[in-house]
Design a protein around this ligand. Sequence first.
Ligand SMILES: NC(=O)c1ccc[n+]([C@@H]2O[C@H](COP(=O)([O-])OP(=O)(O)OC[C@H]3O[C@@H](n4cnc5c(N)ncnc54)[C@H](OP(=O)(O)O)[C@@H]3O)[C@@H](O)[C@H]2O)c1
Length: 286
Amino acid sequence: MLDVKGVAVVTGSSSGIGFETSLTLARNGFYTYATIRNIRKSASIKQMANKEALPLEVIQLDVNDDLSVKNAIGEIISGKGRIDILVNNAGYGLVGPIEDISLEELKAQFETNLFGVIRVTKQVLPIMRRQKEGGRIINVSSIGGIVGYPFSAAYCSTKFALEGLSESMSYEVEQFGIKVILIEPALVISDFHNNAKIVIKSDKAANSSPYTQTMNKMFEAYKQVVEEYKMPAEEVAKVILNATISANPDQRYLVGKYSEMMMEAKRTMSDTQSHNMMESQLLGSK
Ligand SMILES: NC(=O)c1ccc[n+]([C@@H]2O[C@H](COP(=O)([O-])OP(=O)(O)OC[C@H]3O[C@@H](n4cnc5c(N)ncnc54)[C@H](OP(=O)(O)O)[C@@H]3O)[C@@H](O)[C@H]2O)c1
């Protein structure tokens, strides 16, 4: 077993970025709590951790559930007495025209992607605040937290909110040695696309939604962008590790060529230019 450098907690570790991040942190000496909402999905991470004799434990944590969060953090504190790194990773995509997405669907999206982060963070903050060494809260945002995408108003608004939350709270907690860091990946190979909820309502009279044609165009164009820029979840995990161990971490980490390209466009183009670029890239117009 490796020397333990600190205690890390990762939400949403059943697949994708959370799965790889938990393994990467454990491989690099962090005693890692890979938290999973549905404990039946824990077999494969447990198997890998056992095979490599990693300091990794799986515990149940649903970011939407107050009691589950309280119990999980309580169990960690009873076991290790501290939390040095919190990776708020759990999340999903909600895709569709905002006109067709119900308020309940939108609230559910915010419940996981934003309030879930806040729920876990509020449980962990007093623990980190009392530690002499402080800690790091690493929030997995997205390039969709910087740039708005067509038919992703629900998802992007949660990630824009996460950016605002992280930026603002960093001022409050830095006095206690706590850093709040944003990770902004894009087009990562994971279960994200399978888990995304797609909402489009059929207009019975026309037998299709007024948005169907544009949305299908977007899906087709998006497939090509994915093919060109997709990246493995391990790459995101490496960036999270870097944010975890570097002496002076950045506030934001763009991950991958696509995120860097979109950020550069945001910085250098006018709103009209970037709007037109997005339309021509994803909707085939302009
Ligand atoms: N993939 C991308 O291209 C991409 C790009 C930018 C940002 N991101 C962000 O990266 C993060 C991880 O996504 P991913 O790509 O790794 O997708 P993923 O493979 O679908 O993983 C998402 C994880 O979140 C978990 N989760 C969902 N709701 C939860 C809840 N209420 N409580 C606890 N866990 C919950 C899922 O658990 P279940 O297995 O139980 O569903 C799963 O473990 C998300 O925040 C996503 O927005 C992804």
